[in-house]
Design a protein around this ligand. Sequence first.
Ligand code: AMP
Ligand code: ZN
Length: 111
Amino acid sequence: MSCIFCKIAAGEIPSARVFENAEFIAIRDIQPQAKVHLLVMPKAHVECLDSSGAAEVNSKLLNTAVEVARQEDLAADGFRVVVNTREWGGQTVAHLHLHILGGEQLRGRFA
Ligand code: AMP
Ligand code: ZN
């Protein structure tokens, strides 16, 4: 298994885990782009939003992100969700993950 997020999900690489259930984990991004920057991902390896197998997890992933945002007290003030997809979308880790950014007033819009 060479995927870094598979290793994180398996506990083989340490991470700051803020949430876990049977299917998903949420960790703190190692290079935060906002005061709070979390990554939510399935434990099972799925490459991206458009991969085979993604359709079964995409909606649950999004709902889990909302749950995590509430748990981390981001929901009331607001937060941003980003899913970089494949090369042109800026995806650097090929294991489906959703970014939650918040904890402050975010500037900019999409890029
Ligand atoms: P993306 O560019 O959308 O694929 O996002 C990958 C994210 O994973 C980046 O924001 C990285 O900072 C983050 N990242 C990479 N390695 C780790 C790690 N070991 N622990 C936490 N976050 C990581
Ligand atoms: Zn993986």
